[in-house]
Design a protein. Structure first.
Length: 95
């Protein structure tokens, strides 16, 4: 594991969990409660509001495809498999 990435890896799942989100900071609490440690990939200028809703790891990565690609790059840097979830899955995830 790369030093400083401990909170970015969901230790229980053994995965780099990336939540791709845009203008839905209200999803933070539900998803983090269900999946634990994760990294939020959000639009430019949205990081602060996601942090106010409780997101710990937030990366402003832009639109959908750039966000997905950035999550993959970040996961590969940590030598982990990347699990990408959409922010609208909060009520559908059963772990």
């Amino acid at each position: 594991m790369v030093k400083g990435t401990e909170k970015m890896i969901n230790q229980e799942l053994g995965l780099y969990v990336a939540i791709i989100s845009h203008k839905r900071p209200e999803s933070v609490q539900k998803l983090q409660k269900r999946i634990g440690d994760c990294t939020w990939y959000v639009g430019i200028g949205e990081a602060e509001i996601y942090k106010k809703y409780g997101a710990i790891n937030v990366i402003e990565s832009g639109k959908l495809i750039p966000s997905r690609n950035q999550a993959l790059r970040d996961a590969f840097k940590t030598n982990n498999i990347c699990l990408q979830l959409s922010d609208d899955m909060a009520d559908k995830i059963k772990l």
